[in-house]
Write a protein that binds this ligand. Structure first.
Ligand SMILES: Cc1ncc(COP(=O)(O)O)c(C=O)c1O
Length: 341
């Protein structure tokens, strides 16, 4: 990919903001450079490039620190990718429908045209349909896999077909990949400089409240994105919490295994309820059910203290409700309430 052609001219030309500390080697200094209060525990600005959590994560994921961008949630990484590449009122982004709503919201925020390719009745797509929608102003194709709200992961070969045949960026949003029985697309980064994989600490890692996401991409592109992001976009407490999480991979894996087995148990229980027309297979920590009584069911469940997510208004999701897998106790409670309904 020709990065200079891909990146907006103003971004390509600009100098990054730099702090005095960025210019010196790591060491034990007296910091009188950034107008901080010298007292306290959280008085210092955090590392703008998040080197410590990135170093741990790079080892786990088999990439280099230079291939990574960390953000205030993966939503920020996606926004930065739009911002560096899409000229407002000129360029466009393509994604699938139904999929994660933020791709459209970011297009609106950045004044960029958003093109959608409808999934088929099996919630799948043909790469040729996406490529047919692309033109010389298409900068990004986003594929959410496993997809939200359908729960289903796409065939990696289809994603790679897009990567090979599209002259722009293919972003694979792997927010739910930890729950899927398939490898991450991260392993293809070394082969394709137009591939970006976005992951998050908000789902399997259980840190949604802290806002932490990661983008994996070519070194050149990562440099460009790091140049544009707010210098202190990830606070020090979050960086510390990520390090703690990454030091307990056993605990992480146990929790993911539990959530997957709870997903299967809850789906099996719900399959005994006659008013549920369909339960969609899932590679995520959520799944969709279809029932003609979806509105009444949502109300009933809410009256019993449980919030579910209606997806009825989304394309191909008529009468559908998305259910997030909870703890065994929460899942039992949901089943009890749904049995009463
Ligand atoms: C597919 C997908 N990507 C990204 C996100 C947002 O992740 P983050 O919390 O890292 O911004 C979500 C949140 O629901 C999601 O479903």
């Amino acid at each position: 990919m020709n990065l200079e052609k891909f990146v907006r001219k103003n971004i390509w030309d600009m100098e990054a903001y730099s702090a005095a500390r960025d210019l010196v080697a790591k060491g034990d200094y007296i910091f009188l450079d950034a107008n901080e209060n010298p007292y306290g525990n959280w008085n210092r600005y955090p590392d703008p490039l998040q080197i410590d959590p990135k170093t741990l994560l790079a080892n786990i994921k088999g990439v280099k620190v230079a291939n990574m961008v960390m953000g205030n949630g993966s939503d920020e990484i996606l926004d930065l990718l739009y911002r560096i590449s899409c000229n407002p009122q000129k360029d466009n982004v393509i994604s699938l429908a139904p999929s994660y709503g933020m791709y459209y919201t970011l297009a609106c925020l950045n004044d960029v045209e958003f093109r959608e390719v409808m999934l088929d009745d099996d919630f799948d797509f043909l790469p040729s349909d996406i490529l047919a929608k692309a033109d010389q102003n298409t900068k990004i194709i986003i594929i959410c896999s496993p997809n939200n709200p359908t729960g289903k992961a796409f065939d990696t070969n289809k994603i790679l077909e897009l990567v090979k045949n599209f002259n722009g960026l293919v972003v694979v949003d792997e927010a739910y990949n930890d729950f899927a029985d398939m490898e991450s697309c991260i392993k293809y980064l070394k082969d394709f400089d137009n591939l970006v994989v976005v992951q998050t600490f908000s789902k399997a890692w259980g840190l949604a409240s802290l806002r932490a996401g990661v983008g994996y991409m070519s070194e050149e592109l990562a440099k460009m994105v790091n140049k544009v992001k707010m210098p202190y976009n990830m606070d020090g407490f979050t960086q510390k919490s990520i390090i703690e999480k990454l030091q307990d991979l056993d605990g992480f894996q146990k929790q993911v295994t539990l959530l997957i087995s709870e997903r299967e148990r809850l789906m099996k229980n719900l399959s005994s309820l006659p008013y549920i027309e369909k339960i969609y297979p899932s590679d995520s920590n959520f799944f969709m059910i279809k029932t003609p009584r979806h509105k009444e069911l949502m109300d009933f469940v809410l009256k019993n203290g449980i919030i579910l997510r209606s997806r009825h208004s989304m394309p191909k999701c008529q009468n559908c409700i998305r259910i997030t897998v909870g703890t065994p106790e929460q899942n039992d409670k949901l089943f009890e309430v749904m049995k009463k309904f």
